[in-house]
Design a binder for this molecule. Sequence first.
Ligand SMILES: Cc1ncc(COP(=O)(O)O)c(C=O)c1O
Length: 417
Amino acid sequence: MRAARKADDAGVALDVARIREDFPILKRLIHGKPLVYLDNAASTQKPAPVIEAMGHFYAAGYSNIHRGVYLLSEEATEAYESARKKVQEFVGARDSREIVFVRGTTEAINLVSHTWGRSNVNPGDEILVSGMEHHSNIVPWQILCQERGCRLVVIPIDDRGELIYEEFERLLSPRTRIVAVAHVSNALGTVNPIRRIVEAAHRQGVPVLVDGAQAVAHQPVDLQELGCDFYAFSGHKLYGPTGVGVLYGRAGLLEAMPPYQGGGDMIRSVTFEKTTYNEIPHKFEAGTPDIGGAVVLGAAIDYVEKIGLEAIAAHEADLLERATRFMESVPRVRIVGTAREKASVLSFAIEGIHPHDVGTVMDSEGIAIRAGHLCAQPVMERFGLPAIARASFGLYNSAEEVEVFARGIRKVLEVLG
Ligand SMILES: Cc1ncc(COP(=O)(O)O)c(C=O)c1O
């Protein structure tokens, strides 16, 4: 395996000890042991500036938005729209109107499948996804297929967990309506060649949706460079709050799409005879949104940008390499996902030991890892495993924690082996 970036490529090493001071939860003891949190792919912990931003907004700046004529509402509207601008700059979108606040990646993909899908997909059409998708980039398309009589076509993955690019090119056909792929796989850590996929799809006039849930916190994302048409991610995996996420969509596509939900704020005018819709992105933000969530997501973006995504990527690549090297040396361990480009995720199985038991023994040592199907059952099937265990790294994890992880694995083998 080659880690996505080498530690010193970024020039500056992270001051992890300092960063850890920002995360109050890392002071917790779990079963009497220091918490070693290695489930960052599921969700990340929150730094003090994010927690404080939440308190500050509700204590000093809260009201509903877009409708008040009073100062507090103007301030809250300004904070919400500034967060949109921040997201725009963070991912390199051309226009803040291309940033729609949603609940998370899941809702972003459902929004596209419901609105763009219903108006662009017809019987006999095909939706192309990869074999490494999270359920939230499979099921919304299956629902669309049931409704519209179209077909889900799957780009196979190889034994390393890489998308087979030649198969993708072969499957891309005049019937393909959209390609929907993960930027980084939550189960395998594979980084997909998005730009190449987008270029091939665009040559045939096919738009591409990218599930960026596992990418935005781990590497710089530049939508102009990727060139995709939709990009989805969640705030809670980016050191921000739950309940808020982002759908980026090209302005032209969003403008042509029908609304997702009907209600307040998404309209221009309503009579019982006819309703006209607001402009983008408001057309897709019916009802009172998670105002505080969006504002605090802005604080989370400030936090990671201050540290720097390049430096974060290099640091996590180093942790991943250390952990991988250790696991390669342990008998009976099978690493699941050995792609040449990987980010942050180390999934594994230990012969003869159920991943849930691995997770339980690790927990007794204070180490939080994930065990199960990781919301990616087709990946489990591809690798012939009912479940796997996963350690996933974040910016606050340290080399010492990788050693604690290694000791935990030795203990698993001692106790259950
Ligand atoms: C690749 C990927 N896509 C989508 C999701 C769904 O994200 P959310 O539950 O925040 O909507 C996840 C969450 O684990 C994920 O890893």
